[in-house]
Design a protein around this ligand. Structure first.
Ligand code: FES
Ligand SMILES: [Fe+2]
Length: 438
């Protein structure tokens, strides 16, 4: 018996959430169907499939395999990665080029890049059987909806979901800012991917994202170590100093974090920062600045730099850092396991130093060799363990409740508030009760 709506509704209140949402496999299965099976989920970037026949595979939730592929007319499709014959997963590799067509490894049916069945072997065996090869049920099926915003491709298994831009709402501004930081207004994937499996529930990473009450505690030791290192550097060690300084904002004070503010949107999206963020003080590369001004003019360039968000969440699957040009893609695996991938982007038309800075940031903050990301992971694991205790059934999200400012299409709150978590759980509840798109 699946959980009833009344049982689901009892798991999330406006200021606290029941521990079952993190540790109960039944809740997890329902999340896969009702959140990950309805929301727009990030698939990949168009630059990962530049030529006809290029493909990239992923799962849309913990199970459903999909493939993003470019056809000969340049269109990008997101197809169910399932053979139209007896259902075999068609594309096994993570990425590659399926020259003329996809060919199933089992009985050799072939499919065009838009999913349409092309040829089947020994076709006469179907004569006079009522089988109709032209019936679209024999194709690789398209997902219910897919769309791209400035090159970022999303898909949803729900035909009721509103269009992608409506679903993103005001959080769309962050994609615009990320791309506008390129003198050509476009970005492309570069520099490989960091991929890690974490032994805990998928929601911890998105709850941690804009949890600004943790950095000065969890990351205190690495910030201190970075500062101690900087103090040993001679005056002329400019490069080493600027690299180590990337870590220092993670020790920002409560006042600084509060000042950033958090903005929440419908469907669970949110960002912190805006006017200022922990990335606001990064110095601008002079060559990059010159190219930006040549492309946009002084005023617009200043405006682009001054939109300083830290992390933006497109609930539930994608987080982006506009000022750093990297993204993290989340995929649940089980109630106590998820995968996170960090992808970096090149700002087209910018000097190579900008990409090197992005890659350096990813290594320093998000990689397994980083001193920052593993601090967070250790805490997720501790929460996962701790919640198995029956000492209390609830996890609180009270901070600054009642002080949020409703601006119509968005809600603004203090940077150290739990507005981010409350925003996520309002969406969690809507999706799980199947009321999100009604
Ligand atoms: S399952 Fe793909 S050709 Fe038979
Ligand atoms: Fe952290």
């Amino acid at each position: 018996m699946p959980l009833s709506n009344a049982e689901i509704a009892r798991l999330v209140e406006d200021r606290r959430v029941h521990k079952r949402v993190y540790i109960d496999p039944e809740v997890f299965e329902l999340e896969m169907e009702r959140i990950w099976g309805q929301a727009w989920i990030y698939i990949g970037h168009e630059s990962q499939v530049p030529k006809a026949g290029d493909y990239f595979t992923t799962n849309i939730n913990h199970k459903v395999p999909v493939v993003m592929v470019r056809d000969k007319h340049g269109a990008v499709h997101v197809l169910h990665n399932r053979c139209g014959h007896k259902g075999a997963k068609l594309v096994e590799q993570r990425s590659g080029n399926a020259r003329g067509a996809f060919r199933c490894a089992y009985h050799g049916w072939t499919f065009q890049h838009d999913g349409q069945v092309l040829k089947i072997p020994n076709e006469t065996g179907y004569d006079n059987t009522g089988f109709d090869l032209k019936d679209s049920c024999n194709n690789m099926q398209k997902v219910a909806q897919s769309a791209s915003y400035r090159g970022f491709v999303f898909a949803t298994l729900s035909s009721d979901a509103p269009d992608l831009e409506t679903w993103m709402g005001g959080a769309k501004d962050c994609f615009d800012n990320l791309c506008d930081r390129s003198p050509e207004g476009e970005v492309e994937v570069a520099g490989g991917v960091l991929r890690y499996e974490h032994d805990c529930n998928w929601k911890y990473i998105i709850e941690n994202l804009n949890d600004t009450m943790h950095p000065m505690v969890v990351h205190q030791s690495v910030v201190q170590a970075a500062q101690d290192y900087i103090d040993t550097l001679p005056e002329e060690a400019v490069k080493q100093r600027s690299e180590a300084e990337i870590i220092l904002p993670f020790g920002g004070s409560y006042e600084n974090m509060e000042h950033m503010g958090i903005t929440g949107f419908k469907y669970g999206h949110h960002y912190d920062g805006g006017k200022t963020s922990i990335h606001a003080d990064y110095s601008v590369d002079p060559e990059y600045h010159k190219r930006m001004v040549a492309a946009y003019g002084e005023e617009r360039t200043k405006e682009i730099y001054s939109f300083n968000t830290h992390n933006t969440l497109y609930y539930p699957s994608l987080t982006i850092k506009t000022a750093v040009q990297n993204i993290r893609v989340v995929r649940p695996v089980a109630v106590d396991k998820f995968v996170v991938e960090t992808w970096s982007f090149r700002l087209k038309g910018a000097p190579d130093t900008m990409l090197q800075r992005t890659l350096l940031y990813s290594r320093l903050i998000n990689s397994v060799g980083s001193m920052v990301g593993p601090d967070d992971l250790e805490c997720y694991r501790r929460v996962q363990d701790g919640l198995h205790s029956d000492a209390s059934e609830w996890v609180e999200m009270y901070r600054q409740f009642g002080r949020d400012e409703d601006l119509g299409d968005r809600v603004r709150g203090g940077g150290t508030s739990d507005l981010d978590m409350r925003t996520e759980y309002a969406a969690w509840r809507d999706y799980m009760l199947q009321e999100a798109f009604s």
